[in-house]
Design a binder for this molecule. Sequence first.
Ligand SMILES: NC(=O)c1ccc[n+]([C@@H]2O[C@H](COP(=O)([O-])OP(=O)(O)OC[C@H]3O[C@@H](n4cnc5c(N)ncnc54)[C@H](O)[C@@H]3O)[C@@H](O)[C@H]2O)c1
Length: 355
Amino acid sequence: MSPASTYDALKLPAHVKTVLITGAGGFVGQKLAQLLLDLFPSIKVITTDIVQPPSLSDDPKRFKAVKADLGDSAQVEGLFHGEVIGGVFALHGIMSGGCEANFELGYKVNVDSHLVLLRATHAHSQKTDQRPVYVFVSSLAVYGGPKCTPTSYVVPKDTPVLAGSSYGVEKQIMELYVYDYGRKGYLDTRAVRLPTVAIRSGAPSTAASSFISGLIREPLQNQPSICPIASSLSDPILDEMPVYVSRTRTVVRNIAYAMCMPENQFKKGESRSINLPGIKVTPRQIIDALIEHGGKEKLDLVEFKKDPAVIAICQTWAGDYDSSDAQAMGFQVDDTTSGFSDAVKDFKDELAAAK
Ligand SMILES: NC(=O)c1ccc[n+]([C@@H]2O[C@H](COP(=O)([O-])OP(=O)(O)OC[C@H]3O[C@@H](n4cnc5c(N)ncnc54)[C@H](O)[C@@H]3O)[C@@H](O)[C@H]2O)c1
């Protein structure tokens, strides 16, 4: 997948001249905002987060960063004042571990504030005579139940959506709202279910999957890291509990593509939720990639210490998914053999560039 072909299909609909990204102080949102600014020189990107999002441009015609609590409807409405927003990427949220630890907060942010944003976008569309494209960023954590274990291969049409965590249920609830705003024709909605994104740069998240990036990110920066799913390097769980991941640049490209994809890709009455493609990786392969890119001595920085809470959540995730529908729609997939190693290489390049 050459960089050029990766981005060739990314053409925003003509009416999308200003794009709002929520959760843009976070890991994926920052990268998405930068990609949109790089790819589309004539659009304006508005970023927002409860923490001040980073400034990515000094040109007010191209960029605005707004600190706002999206749980507050006045602050959400304020984001639309004086703007004609043609596209929304709804990314803000509390991650899986955070939602299990704080039930109220998870629902408040992942459902209540997203509903406020959805309604405000609809109200904005009525005022501006626009029908914004609304991309809701969901998660494969919407799957759970008996058909979802680390050894499962999930075929979407045969697998009911039944989350095994509050986070997954919250995403599932919002997917239904988003679907209905699309069905009614109020907004041009799409929901993309992300695999675990690797390698996450910056600080660890409260996601139960955080260790997947942590096994690489911290040791490559000479920091200690905990492997919460195994008691030692010889623990068989390292081979038995695969995870489904996608390289950061692939995920960010695919989220951007979700706004570019023609609406007629969805058949009438069918779901507007798309399982983004990923690749199956065992924790052992993650450790192998650490050794490949950092050397064997980096293993000394990894402490094997089982955390039953993390294992319990990971056991509700399927290790592999059929993503042929998404690929047929134009979403891209990593190389099944080198994909994880490529992700580690990207992260190393990012570290080198930051120096
Ligand atoms: N990173 C992954 O592996 C992964 C996997 C599946 C799905 N997702 C989804 O992708 C999206 C982005 O993930 P991420 O890894 O960038 O997460 P992140 O935690 O880095 O970013 C989320 C952002 O949401 C913001 N936020 C939280 N509450 C808010 C509020 N009330 N008002 C405004 N902003 C608020 C946070 O400050 C944070 O910056 C999320 O919706 C997440 O559920 C991520």
